[in-house]
Design a protein around this ligand. Structure first.
Ligand SMILES: [Zn+2]
Length: 347
């Protein structure tokens, strides 16, 4: 299947952090044709293995499967759902969003409600509503009604956004952080010929709340090298200074030099840069970024794993809907494969 088709499926699936099951099942389905073996571990990370030569080096690719979202925290006596945030979400973008509540019984559409402007006081209109003042309306008449529908404390809540193509190679959708990385990893597996090294393509869980799945997966895989496939902020929109980021959508995957959790191992950085240049794959570099990726956790595993990042430039990450260029996913996959073909330079 094409990158577009895979990303559409992955984006429309719901995998709020800690509840990645739907995305996990999809990843297993989409990686199966290109893997020699697929296993899941105790924390629900998915590990697709492409075997290389006997006793060969091990390369871990990591793309986190979870997305930022919400969770039912309390149900008011009138049947409104109050929620906790799962991962970094800006409160200002929450009001009036359509959401889906994933209960054990069914999926319920709802809206994040707030008072209409007509009945707000002057000072209320100026104030940003915090997430603990907001609520979700699923049309329930009372707490008992909501409970009878099957809604329970702890149910995950995702944003209700359908994947949309904007023509050319630009698409818009939910959870591109990090379904874009998942799509790039699947495409890399598809493009990969027989390799000398053994590749472990890992869909990780709970990245958005502290890179948790990547830690246990890396301990298990015990790789010699690792690349995290993720997204990064595309700053090519009004109001973003060049100092904040120079990364642009459609100009190639971004290679991290440093972020708040990782200083890319100099040999890994050279390896990725040389791979891009030799294959004439467009790329960008970035440094001094706040935030981090699974690579930050993998690199500190056991006695240390030289690690780097290949990121898809994405506009509006951690909001309900984001935008990216499919070309950047394709080039991220190509760069991953080009690098894997050149691992003999390391050993
Ligand atoms: Zn991410």
């Amino acid at each position: 299947m094409s990158i577009n088709e895979n990303l559409e499926k992955l984006s429309n699936a719901c995998g709020v952090t800690g509840r990645e099951n739907e995305v996990k099942e999809l990843m297993i389905r989409l990686m199966t044709p290109y893997a020699d073996e697929i296993v899941t571990d105790k924390l629900e990370n998915v590990i697709a293995i492409k075997k290389g030569k006997e006793k060969s080096a091990k390369i871990m690719l990591a793309a986190h499967m979870d997305e930022v979202g919400l969770m039912v925290k309390t149900i008011t006596k009138d049947g409104f759902l109050q929620f906790a945030k799962m991962g970094g979400i800006d409160d200002r973008i929450l009001p009036a969003q359509r959401v889906t509540v994933l209960s054990r019984k069914a999926v319920f559409p709802g809206i994040i409600g707030s008072k209409p402007p007509h009945i707000q006081k002057e000072e209320e209109r100026k104030k940003i509503l915090a997430s603990d003042e907001l609520f979700i309306d699923v049309g329930a008449e009372s707490k008992d009604d909501a409970l009878a529908m099957g809604i329970a404390i702890g149910d995950p809540i995702g944003f209700d956004i359908k994947y949309t193509s904007l023509g050319r190679d630009i698409v818009m959708g939910k959870a591109f952080d990090n379904r874009a990385g998942c799509a790039a990893m699947i495409e890399a597996l598809r493009l990969m010929e027989k390799t000398d090294c053994t590749v472990y393509a890992v869909g990780t869980v709970q990245e958005e709340v502290g890179l948790r799945g990547a830690g246990t997966a890396a301990f298990n895989v015990d790789p010699d090298l690792a690349i995290a496939l993720d997204v990064t902020i595309a700053g090519d929109v009004p109001g973003v200074r060049e100092y904040d980021t120079t990364i642009k959508m459609g100009k190639g995957p971004a290679l991290t030099i440093s972020d708040s959790g990782l200083i890319t191992h100099p040999r890994v950085l050279r390896w990725l840069l040389d791979s891009a240049e030799e294959e004439k794959i467009p790329y960008q570099v970035e440094t001094g970024l706040m935030g981090s990726t699974d690579a930050a956790r993998i690199t500190l595993t056991r006695q240390g794993v030289p690690s780097g990042n290949i990121s898809v430039p994405t506009r509006y990450i951690h909001s309900p809907v984001a935008m990216l260029s499919l070309k950047d996913i394709e080039n991220s996959a190509k760069l991953t494969v080009a690098a894997i073909q050149r691992t003999s330079r390391f050993f």
